[in-house]
Design a protein around this ligand. Structure first.
Ligand code: SAM
Length: 329
């Protein structure tokens, strides 16, 4: 098991497959992009699959989410998914994606064994999409979501980050859209993880503001801790029906006490928290010939030292050196 000194057990592995992305969302990356990891530093497909296998077979990982950067840019994605689906016990497999290219790949990913997708969508207005992501690709994202639903990659979850003065008036429209298509929407508070270090608390649209806004049009009934489990989203039943909406108050309503996540970066570093300031290298030992058990020992040690909380609200908080896109969101 991957347990820490506060009694938490990590069973949910987020694997970043690349730090590159084909969007430039303002809350994540500068317009000019970043210094991408050089190819030799990236784990190969075989190395990714080996580490996932060690996680599943030896360390109690039950859920694997491929992310990035943009995971659909990873050429070997379908093959990696297929190999992960062959592991026993079979992990639940999902990806977090911006949806660009999903229209083309959804069927193959489903056939390979992918169970679900989370698609990021912050606005339904083409102009706002262009301004926020610095690319004119809204229709590609919408097509990707529809293809994912048609392929059975359900429930299709939608991740939205609201930014003051940019898309903060769109919460209700995003929920209306998600309800109409049978997607499950989750709002995520903007976190201090952007490469430009431009996050300001005053500009963050809080979970409370989002809920207040939604309540002007919808009846939200909290689903309670049983439904929430270790998932970060506080979920609400919408209008007494079967639909739900989630609000992830990463900053104002931290859920660190229930965190069951561990992350593996595209260059083979274990991170026990999005906000960790230290990483544990698995790639070096792996390439030097370490056995599965030796790698598992290092991984266990990396999780054992997890801090009780992310510390964003501490006066001494320091943003991690790597931005979200390089950690794997
Ligand atoms: N490219 C994929 C995507 O767009 O979903 C996966 C990587 S992206 C970093 C994963 C998620 O992190 C997206 O939903 C994105 O909106 C979110 N994200 C990125 N930067 C963020 C920030 N500073 N605060 C909150 N969420 C952020």
């Amino acid at each position: 098991m991957l347990s820490d000194s506060y009694g938490r057990v990590a069973t949910d592995l987020r694997v970043s497959l690349t730090d590159r992305c084909n969007l430039r969302c303002a809350y994540c990356m500068p317009a000019e992009g970043l210094n991408w990891l050089p190819k030799p530093e990236l784990l190969t497909d075989d190395e990714v699959v080996r580490l996932v296998r060690i996680g599943v077979e030896r360390l109690g990982i039950r859920e694997v989410r491929f992310t990035g950067g943009e995971p659909l840019l990873r050429r070997g994605l379908t093959e990696i998914v297929a190999r992960a689906a062959g592991l026993r016990p079979r992990p639940e497999l999902s990806i977090t994606t911006n949806g660009i290219g999903l229209a083309r790949m959804a069927g193959a990913l489903r056939d390979a064994g992918l169970d679900r997708v989370n698609v990021s969508l912050d606005t339904l207005r083409p102009e706002a999409f262009r301004e926020l992501s610095r690319r004119d690709r809204l229709q590609d994202v919408l097509d990707g979501m529809a293809a994912a639903a048609a392929a059975g990659l359900t429930p299709v979850k939608v991740n939205s980050v609201l930014m003051r003065g940019v898309n903060d008036t769109e919460a209700r429209a995003l929920l209306r859209f998600s309800l109409a298509h049978g997607y499950e929407l989750r709002f995520i508070e903007q976190m201090p993880l952007d490469a430009q270090h431009g996050w300001r608390r005053a500009n963050m649209v809080t979970a409370e503001e989002i809920c207040d806004d939604l309540r002007q049009e919808f009846t939200l009934t909290p689903e309670g801790p049983d439904r929430r489990g270790s998932a970060p989203a506080e979920t609400f039943n919408v209008n007494g029906g079967t639909a739900r909406v989630g609000v992830i108050g990463s900053v104002t309503r931290p859920f660190c006490g229930a965190c069951d996540r561990v992350r593996l970066t595209a260059d083979g570093q274990v991170r026990n928290c999005l906000f960790a300031r230290e990483e544990s290298d698995l790639r070096g030992p792996l390439r030097a010939g370490a056995s599965d058990e030796e790698l598992a020992v290092r991984w266990r040690r990396a999780v054992a030292g997890k801090l009780p909380g992310h510390g964003i609200n501490d006066p001494a908080f320091l943003q991690p050196d790597r931005p979200m896109s390089a950690i794997g969101g």
